[in-house]
Design a protein around this ligand. Structure first.
Ligand SMILES: Cc1cc2nc3c(=O)[nH]c(=O)nc-3n(C[C@H](O)[C@H](O)[C@H](O)COP(=O)(O)OP(=O)(O)OC[C@H]3O[C@@H](n4cnc5c(N)ncnc54)[C@H](O)[C@@H]3O)c2cc1C
Length: 170
């Protein structure tokens, strides 16, 4: 039987980053993603320094820098052939630029980082189909579709306290 402190459904930018943070914080985390990486998603690609700071903290930053994405220092809106609004980005956590990172590459790098983080079990191609309140029904590892059983006692008294303490420290 596999039990986890936290189950995260969805392993892109938010889910994978959170899994790495919580795993590094000592929690036992299951990260489930129905897609198989590398896989794209609808988004433009402008990412700012506050994200870089968190990725430095979880150890994903060197791999993301190696992607060689274009740096952007400012933005200019052009209307009728003339700049309408123009400005530089603020410096955030020591970074005075944003990065134009393709999600195809970014999400893959973050999921890989989560998978390598101690305490994190990261499974792709795994679709969560149901949330069960009955703690006797267990998560079936190795299947393509998952039912996640929630032990409400632990969620109430242990996991949510650990989570909130950890997230407050961010
Ligand atoms: C057109 C557009 C432009 C954008 N431009 C920017 C930008 O320039 N900069 C920026 O910072 N943000 C931008 N965003 C916002 C950004 O894309 C989202 O905030 C971000 O993708 C959210 O990430 P997420 O990890 O929370 O969720 P998602 O990227 O939506 O990932 C959720 C994941 O959960 C998985 N999932 C869902 N259900 C299940 C299930 N039952 N079982 C298993 N897995 C499941 C999905 O497969 C998916 O991979 C843009 C968004 C759009 C639409």
């Amino acid at each position: 039987m596999d039990t986890f402190d936290v189950v995260i459904v969805g392993g892109r930018v938010a889910g994978s980053t959170l899994a790495s943070l919580l795993g590094a914080g000592g929690l036992k985390v299951l990260l489930l993603e129905r897609a198989t990486f590398p896989t794209d998603t609808l988004s433009t690609h402008v990412i700012y320094g506050d994200s870089f700071g968190i990725w430095e903290r979880i150890g994903a930053w060197p791999a993301i820098e190696r992607l060689g994405s274009a740096k952007l220092w400012g933005i200019s809106w052009i209307r009728d052939g003339r700049p309408d609004i123009r400005g530089r980005f603020w410096t955030v956590r020591g970074h005075d630029y944003s990065l134009c990172i393709r999600r195809l590459l970014l999400d893959d790098a973050l999921f890989s980082n989560a998978a390598e983080t101690p305490g994190v079990t990261a499974v792709q191609g795994a679709r969560v189909t149901e949330l069960l309140g009955d703690a006797d029904k267990r998560l079936a590892m190795g299947e393509k579709a998952y039912q996640v059983a929630v032990d409400e006692h632990r969620v109430g008294e242990q996991t949510s306290e650990l989570l909130s303490r950890y997230l407050q420290a961010l």
